[in-house]
Write a protein that binds this ligand. Structure first.
Ligand code: ZN
Length: 316
């Protein structure tokens, strides 16, 4: 699939086109006043935090055998027979993907690209990799929560709680039936109902004071950047939750002609633009044959290559 797309839109001289696009991106990184990074699941997958395949098989052989689980993403929604069984799974999942996962090379390398710039990060990832790899926390807006935080499931109040200690206790006390002791099931200190991971799954998601502060900081950053030369760096965002980062990135790049958008995505490089109050989805193949206003195409840099490869080229 990947090669197929590449062939369609980068043309015959793929590598030459690619090095030109990388060169252009390098110039934009050097010359932009502001950089806004938008990151989704594809970035963490590229960094090695993959939810399927060998990594899943290696870390969950017992759960796979017992429940026929297929990957870590769908496993978090699996109807486990009891809360004790569910938390046994979640504890290992959270420990593997967040608590025990150090900063990956890819995230550290992306920091090298922007650390001397005025930057801001918006991410839907809940593995805290931007925090771990040294990005300034005041410049990170993690919209969908974090694996390492608990919230009340009701929720009766909007405080978040670090879960590292209790997750480790769950791991240490998981029995042969793959369940944890009932007394380790986390309970809200205020109302006594169960606690949940702070993940945006439905409207019970808790947005605490820090979340609101970072939400404001993100929109303030956009406001102050609108007349600047601004580079949008979008990594690994598909169409699961496109309204949070991807569609707004397209819209902002369409509106502000000082801005440029570099999109990294293995399969989805199409562009969504509102023209005359209607959204149009322009496929990457043959993008040049469409009339998109405001020279959008000249300010759009699509990459369906491995993010590691391109980032390493940029750091050369
Ligand atoms: Zn509560």
């Amino acid at each position: 699939m990947k090669d197929f797309i590449k062939k369609l839109w980068r043309g015959e001289e793929t590598m030459e086109d690619l090095s030109l696009t990388i060169k252009k991106l390098k110039e934009l990184l050097d010359n932009s006043d502001s950089v806004i990074i938008g990151a989704g699941a594809g970035l963490s997958t590229a960094s090695g935090i993959s939810y399927g395949g060998e990594r899943f098989k290696k870390n969950f052989p017992d759960f796979i055998k017992k429940y026929n689980l297929t990957d870590m993403y769908s496993a978090t929604f699996y109807p486990f027979p009891s809360p004790e069984a569910r938390w046994a799974y979640l504890a290992r999942h959270v420990y593997l993907n967040n608590l025990n996962m150090e900063a990956t090379e890819l995230y550290k390398n992306i920091l090298k690209l922007v650390e001397d710039k005025d930057y801001f990060v918006i991410t839907t990832n809940v593995d805290d990799q931007f925090f771990k790899s040294g990005f300034d926390p005041s410049k990170i807006y993690a919209t969908q929560g974090s694996y390492r935080l608990f919230q009340c499931s009701v929720p009766c109040h909007d405080k978040l709680y670090d879960n590292e200690k209790i997750i480790k206790e769950m791991l240490d006390n998981t029995d042969e039936d793959l369940t944890i002791p009932s007394e380790l099931i986390p309970k809200c200190p205020k109302c006594g109902n169960p606690m949940e991971l702070n993940l945006r799954i439905d409207n019970t998601f808790v947005e605490d004071a820090t979340w609101h502060e970072q939400n404001r900081a993100y929109y303030d950053f956009i406001d102050k950047s609108r007349d600047n030369k601004t580079l949008l760096l979008e990594f690994g965002i598909g169409f699961n939750t496109p309204t949070i980062i991807r569609l707004p990135f397209d819209a902002m790049n369409a509106k502000w002609t000082n801005w440029n958008l570099a999109r990294f995505n293995l399969e989805h490089l199409e562009v969504a633009i509102e023209i005359d109050d209607r959204y149009h989805l322009f496929p990457i193949d043959g993008l040049n044959s469409y009339k998109i206003p405001n020279n959008f195409k000249e300010r759009y840099l699509p990459f369906n290559e491995d993010i590691n490869f391109v980032v390493n080229e940029l750091l050369k």
